[in-house]
Design a binder for this molecule. Structure first.
Ligand SMILES: Cc1ncc(COP(=O)(O)O)c(C=O)c1O
Length: 401
């Protein structure tokens, strides 16, 4: 049964892209934005921009109020205890770098950090580089055949030397929810800190960081229909208090003279310099919009559309699907066809999908691939988008095979 999206009209760029002959199916890279976000940005800039937390004047008070309101909205979106547990960064990548530098003092030579074999470079390289700086061992948890982190192997590899576990909630290549409760339990039993990369997971369904029980959770605003240049770091109070300051400048300092300084605790102590004010305000408006949707209907739509995508690919001969994708996206390769050639022909036909290593080079390598095509969905996609994709795919394969 063809699925239409009741929320499509809320995203003006979708119609604009369609007028340009484009079908946008690269949502795991970034998403289109709701009108509510455009309105909030327009309102902020049209009514007087101001810096936050430092100005006495009225525009500054308005901006600070809107900025801090957004912090509260993010906290309630994640079901954090309070707004003070939300640190704004410049993206998931910068949040993970903040952690790798801010926790560096916790590690001694020979300590272990556990990540998984499917991590995005953003949740690999900061830990890899920390391991090199401190002479630590980076332990890579392998995957089972279904693309999930292998729990038996994890039980063997996470042990008393493990000081930190950092894993993705939902893989940006394999589209599978990772077994976080079991992994976090293993880490906690060994008194290790836990970091969840929610960059993809946060976009699908609602997640409760208290129920999850991780020490830190990070995501990027732009993948959750919000503006770019903004990331979120949630931390448990006890975990946030273990962070050392890592970037220094305006507003993060309590007192300083020329030679010494005292710094603020989280969140402001980790938001040095002028933050991305309009993006924070815009994310708040985006969350208001998302909050107003029927979440069960969004889930059902995303599930139905993903099933259609998967089925259509499975029906076509020569297509190898990576892992066992559960929702949001499917990555695949075609026997005898280079992914770059296929991507080129899809692009020529106005279908925007992603080709390449998806910032997960070691994972692709372990699958014996240099790249793959990824089709990723958002709540505004519909069956017509998939039909256009499949028709472009069939045409391309006819030429290439
Ligand atoms: C799983 C995962 N983690 C982290 C990131 C990094 O996000 P950003 O580039 O917005 O910092 C991405 C982006 O693709 C991702 O998919």
């Amino acid at each position: 049964m063809p699925l239409s999206s009741p929320w499509r009209a809320d995203f003006p760029a979708i119609a604009a892209l369609q007028r340009q002959g484009q079908t946008y199916l690269d949502n795991a890279a970034t998403t289109q934005k709701p009108q509510a976000l455009l309105d909030a940005l327009n309102h902020y800039y049209a009514n007087g921009a101001a810096n936050v937390h430092r100005a006495q004047h009225l525009p500054g008070a308005h901006a600070t109020q809107a900025f801090e309101d957004s912090r509260g909205k993010v906290a309630s979106w994640l079901n954090a205890n309070e707004a003070g547990q939300i640190v704004f960064t410049h993206g998931a990548t910068s949040a993970l770098n903040l952690l790798a530098y801010g926790l560096e003092h916790e590690f001694a030579a020979g300590d272990e950090i556990a990540i998984s074999a499917l991590e995005h470079h953003a949740n690999l390289l900061p830990w890899q580089q920390l391991a090199q700086r401190r002479d630590l061992k980076l332990v890579v948890l392998p995957l089972a055949a279904d693309g999930l982190i292998d729990l038996d192997a994890a039980a063997r590899l996470i042990g008393p030397r493990t000081r930190l576990l950092a894993v993705s909630q939902l893989s940006n290549v394999l589209g599978a929810w990772q077994p976080l409760p079991q992994l976090l339990a293993l880490a906690k039993a060994n008194h290790a800190l836990t970091v969840v990369d929610g960059a993809q997971g946060v976009v699908h369904g609602r997640h409760d960081v208290q129920a999850l029980g991780c020490d830190f959770y990070v995501f990027s605003s732009h993948k959750l229909y919000g503006p770019e240049g903004l990331g979120v770091l949630y931390g448990r109070h006890a975990a946030l208090s273990r962070l050392h300051h890592w970037q220094f400048g305006g507003e993060m300092v309590l007192t300083t003279d020329y030679h010494h300084a005292k710094f603020r605790p989280a969140p402001l102590g980790f938001e040095a310099g002028t933050p991305p004010i309009s993006s924070v305000i815009g994310l708040g408006a985006t969350l208001d919009y998302l909050q107003s949707l029927d979440h069960a209907a969004v889930d059902a739509h995303e599930t139905g559309l993903h099933a259609q995508l998967l089925e259509g690919l499975q029906q076509r001969p020569g297509i190898r699907i990576l892992g066992a994708p559960q929702l949001a996206l499917v990555s695949f390769v075609v026997e005898g066809v280079h992914n770059a050639d296929l991507a080129h022909l899809l692009t020529e036909q106005g279908v925007a999908v992603r080709a390449g290593h998806h910032c997960a080079m070691p994972l692709l390598k372990s699958l014996g691939l240099s790249g793959a095509i990824r089709v990723s969905l958002a709540l505004y996609n519909d069956s017509d988008d998939l039909e256009r994709f499949f028709s472009a795919l069939d045409q391309a394969l006819e030429m290439l095979q």
